[in-house]
Design a protein around this ligand. Structure first.
Ligand code: NAD
Ligand code: MG
Length: 400
């Protein structure tokens, strides 16, 4: 937005009470002339959503659960807040596709975010994608919705934002620019633990990421490097790459957020302090830059920047990404669903830590996607559901 008199851009934040959601509101609060909160949505945390509604006075709020949505509506009314509260899963898609909305921040965790992401894409919104699982599940179906909606998808995941920031503005120039990309990974909390001791990892230990403060699911994924596996699949779709063009290096300091190795052997990297407000600010104002609130990098205070190859014995989950991309269509959907179920089972104390990746491997070996040749979103959601049922059963009754 270049003129002070221009209308503020209206934003729907899906998953506003989470880590990415609250960081988004923090960035928006610094630019209230430029952006306006149109709708906020959350799953379980009614009190947090109520507080956000009272602060931001959005036109709409939504909670999938009808009883919760009703209670929120009552509470807001009693406080003279005119926000209209919607409920049901369909409400999220309606708010993502609403004609008055310019920007949708997809900050829901998990495959459940796919339908509203598709709705935003089909209606040509600027879609800020943090919800990587939606793209891992949706794949080509998702990207073709972005193309047909003629909107824009801007990555929020820090690695993909880094790559996006290093690439030419015209996607038509990407193929001739990129030899390959290098996604950086912190290696998580267990990078240096003896491999035998991983059997006793607790949810609390798995959620204690050394460099980033994030939601529980992505924190566990970072510790197993399943997060990087999902990011490999995400990068394939965002940048139209062959799986062999995506490489991963462990960089424990999380200062270089990822790199593009160009066809002329130049390496372009994006650096900064690990703070998600940077990619969020970039996505909101693209192609301009606005203040994010993040602190600047002090190069003179930096310790070494180090790099190491990921070890397949320690991080077997990482390598499932390339395998899934080389397998039948839908295998990435199976992998994602298995992982969501396995992480939830681990967090609930039902399975030991190493079983997360073991369940993912088992799902890839035993669950055939059996998709039609031109699958639709409903086919992918059905495969996601079928996989969840099978893997939940394994997690409950049939240990690895
Ligand atoms: P979080 O758990 O902190 O927040 C998730 C949000 O989604 C919450 O507002 C929650 O209410 C909502 N939600 C959860 N389940 C839902 C459901 N079934 N229906 C509707 N809403 C639901 O998660 P997060 O860390 O903010 O991550 C969100 C997404 O962003 C994930 O896909 C994650 O991989 C991605 N991401 C996060 C970070 C980070 O730093 N946190 C970085 C990169 C990418
Ligand atoms: Mg990331």
């Amino acid at each position: 937005m270049t003129h002070a008199t221009a209308q503020p851009q209206k934003i729907t934040v899906l998953g506003s009470t989470g880590s990415i959601g609250t960081n988004t509101l923090d960035v928006v609060s610094r630019h209230s002339q430029q952006f306006e909160i149109f709708a906020l949505t959350a799953h379980a945390n009614l009190i947090a959503l109520e507080q956000q509604c009272l602060q931001w006075r959005p036109r709409f709020a939504a909670m999938p659960d009808t009883a919760k949505a009703h209670e929120l509506g009552q509470r807001l009314k009693a406080q003279n807040c005119t926000t209209k509260v919607l409920s049901g899963p369909q409400a999220l898609s309606e708010l993502a596709a609403h004609p008055d909305v310019d920007i949708v921040m997809a900050a829901i965790v998990g495959a459940t975010g796919l339908p509203p992401c598709m709705a935003a894409a089909q209606s040509g919104k600027r879609l800020l994608l943090a919800n990587k699982e939606a793209l891992v599940v949706g794949g080509e179906v998702f990207m073709s919705a972005v193309r047909s909606g003629q909107g824009q998808i801007i990555p929020i995941d820090s690695e993909h934002s880094a790559i996006f920031q290093c690439l030419p503005e015209q996607p038509s120039e990407w193929a001739s620019t990129i030899d390959h990309i290098v996604l950086t990974a912190s290696g998580g909390p267990f990078r240096t633990w003896p491999i035998e001791s991983l059997a006793s990892v607790t949810p609390q230990q798995a959620c204690a990421h050394p460099n980033w403060v994030m939601g529980q699911k992505i924190s566990v994924d970072s510790s197993t490097m399943m997060n990087k596996a999902l990011e490999i699949i995400e990068a394939k779709w965002l940048f139209d790459l062959a799986p062999s063009q995506i490489k991963v290096v462990i960089h424990p300091q999380s200062i270089i957020h990822s790199m593009v190795v160009c066809t002329d052997a130049s390496v372009l990297a994006q650096m900064g302090t690990p703070d998600m407000r940077v990619p969020i600010a970039y996505g909101l104002a693209y192609p301009q830059r606005i203040a994010s609130g993040a602190s600047q990098l002090n190069l003179l205070k930096l310790q070494d920047l180090t790099f190491e190859a990921p070890n397949a014995q320690r991080f077997p989950g990482l390598f499932l990404a390339w395998q899934a991309l080389d397998s039948a269509q839908g295998t990435t959907t199976v992998l994602n669903a298995a992982n969501e179920v396995a992480v939830a089972a681990f967090l609930a104390g039902k399975i030991p830590y190493p079983h997360i990746v073991q369940l993912n491997i088992r799902a890839m070996e035993h669950i055939q996607p059996e998709l039609p040749s031109e699958p639709q979103m409903e086919d992918l959601l059905a495969l996601d559901k079928r996989t969840r049922a099978i893997v939940s059963e394994w997690a409950e009754h049939s240990p690895c």
